[in-house]
Design a protein around this ligand. Structure first.
Ligand code: CU1
Length: 130
């Protein structure tokens, strides 16, 4: 009986020490990074001097409507209307772009891509990749 009490008291001492040990480990500082709310808007600063083209979306139209580029070139569409537009067709699937937002795509295949704004299907554009 005495052995059991000794064993139990030893166990209690060990159990009491456990929280003390674990609390001596520094808990990692909480790094609540509030950077997850970034919209999917690539900044225009990523433009390279060559191989970068831009198309503006203004007055319910893509400008220029038709653009010939080289394979590997990147086009950036920027919505300058206060209306939401997008760029959809072929390999192009942009999100809805509000005023000032832009969408970039690098063309890795040759061919012709016809695209529209799905909100305003009369808005049409064409990319020719040589
Ligand atoms: Cu539109």
């Amino acid at each position: 009986m005495k052995k059991i009490i000794t064993f139990m008291s030893t166990l209690v001492v060990i159990l009491l020490m456990l929280p003390g040990c674990s609390s001596s480990y520094p808990t990692s500082p909480s790094t609540n990074a509030p950077s997850a709310t970034q919209p999917t808007t690539p900044s225009t600063s990523t433009k390279s001097p060559t191989g970068a083209q831009s198309i503006s979306i203004k007055g319910f139209a893509f400008s220029p409507t038709e653009l010939t580029i080289n394979k590997g070139d990147t086009i950036t569409w920027t919505n300058e209307d206060s209306t939401v537009h997008n760029v959809v067709g072929g390999v192009l699937h942009s999100n809805d772009l509000t005023k000032g937002q832009s969408f970039s795509y690098t063309f890795t295949e040759t061919g012709t891509i016809d695209y529209i704004c799905t909100h305003h299907p009369s808005m049409k554009g064409r990319i020719l990749v040589k």
